[in-house]
Ligand binder design. Structure first.
Ligand SMILES: *Cc1c(COP(=O)(O)O)cnc(C)c1O
Length: 385
């Protein structure tokens, strides 16, 4: 049994010690963190639905109707009408044959890889993919190879090698630390030519991108034929919790039969499914949320450019400011916090060394005045361009 104390101390010495802050009250821009009021620019609640009255009401009504716990896995007797309806609505929303709920996006990613691949198969992934996709490779026992970020040529090179091997290519739709969008049409073409599965994890695109909010695939005009596997999460743009995989009838049936992270876990609380149904309705019915968010992104980018700040190539609500070294990024984040603004510093090993950054995320719940306050405060702190 190893001694944990020195390992923790070493982590601390390496400035890699992670700590939680305590939030009192709901997820919203003006919040109470560790007992003090802050204006937060770090939530994934992109449309401001986590604390929306209609979503809360649906959650309460769901609890009245179904109780709290699902009480069992989907394949036992935990699969309620609420889950079923949400799956049908997600399939319709994303233009796919069927959708299947998972308790989290992390588990959905693990489940897809494990159900479709086995030892000897391969998984090709963008270098900047989310940690859950990387872990999916491990659980599937397939061989993981990573291609250069957003680089279709590099993927083509990997695909050309060993073309007979069963292959799953997976990518984030919107990259969580950079905010840029994957070149999905080019990747989809390569996968079709190679006969490889293609999967998009649209955790940060769903609800946010596309004319109806259906995400990165809608934004880039891609249907189920070109992207057979879509994973979307409900805890970000939809403000609730959980995730789904959408695709063909056979894909969904295969996941039900074989995905261990689907089979061996309790179904999400049905009230959460009811809340997500209402959130989905709002995504559809209130396009002005997306429009407002787009205008905030433009306002932030224009203001940051004027200040000479190092914006990254992103049109999404994820707007990192490149700082460079970790110590400066941390100092800036602390300076902002001292002035009541919560913007996390992202450093290695989460991002490559020399690319430490402030990760600003915007939400439709922010006002233009919130964005202006952030810009004014950044100006006063004078971060290096
Ligand atoms: C957040 C996230 C996940 C995990 O989703 P959860 O529902 O929070 O487990 C998966 N992929 C990406 C790209 C994410 O950003």
């Amino acid at each position: 049994m190893k001694d944990l104390t020195p390992l923790l101390q070493q982590r601390r010495a390496e400035h890699r010690y992670r700590q939680r802050r305590r939030l009192d009250g709901p997820q919203q821009p003006e919040q109470l963190i560790d007992g003090r009021p802050v204006l937060a620019f770090c939530s994934n609640d992109y449309l401001g639905l986590a604390n929306h009255p209609a979503v809360i009401a649906a959650f309460k009504a769901g609890a009245d109707r179904y109780g709290v716990g699902a009480g069992a896995a989907h394949l036992v007797n935990g699969h309620t009408r609420a889950h079923d309806q949400l799956e049908e609505e997600l399939a319709a929303f994303t233009g796919r044959d069927r959708a299947l709920l998972f308790s989290t996006g992390y588990m959905a990613n693990l489940g897809v890889a494990q159900a479709l691949l086995c030892r000897g198969d391969r998984l090709l992934q963008d270098r900047l993919n989310h940690a859950s996709l990387i872990d999916a490779a491990r659980i599937s026992e397939a061989r993981l190879q990573r291609y250069r970020h957003a680089d279709a040529h590099d993927l083509a090179r990997l695909l050309a090698h060993d073309p007979e091997r069963e292959t799953l290519v997976s990518t984030d739709g919107v990259f969580s630390m950079d905010g840029d969008i994957a070149p999905l049409p080019a990747l989809a073409d390569l996968c079709a030519q190679a006969g490889a599965w293609f999967m998009v994890d649209d955790a940060h695109g769903l609800g946010v991108l596309g004319a109806t909010g259906a995400g990165t695939l809608e934004h880039q005009g891609l249907d189920q034929a070109r992207v057979p596997i879509l994973m979307g999460t409900l805890g970000k743009g939809l403000g609730t919790a959980g995730a789904f995989v959408a695709g063909s009838e056979d894909l969904i049936e295969t996941l039900i039969q074989a995905a261990r992270t689907y089979i061996f876990t309790t179904a999400m609380p049905p009230a959460v499914a009811e809340a997500a149904r209402t959130a989905l309705h709002l995504v559809h019915a209130e396009p002005e949320r997306r429009e407002h968010l787009r205008r905030l992104v433009q306002r932030f980018r224009a203001g940051a450019a004027e200040l000479g700040l190092a914006l990254m190539d992103s049109d999404t609500p994820i707007q990192p400011l490149l700082v460079g070294d970790a110590a400066t990024a941390v100092a800036l984040s602390e300076g902002l916090l001292a002035r009541g603004l919560l913007v996390p510093a992202i450093r290695p090993p989460t991002v490559p060394s020399g690319t430490s950054r402030l990760r600003v995320t915007l939400s439709a719940a922010h006002t233009p005045a919130h964005v202006d306050l952030l810009l004014e405060t950044l100006k006063r702190l004078q971060p290096p361009a």
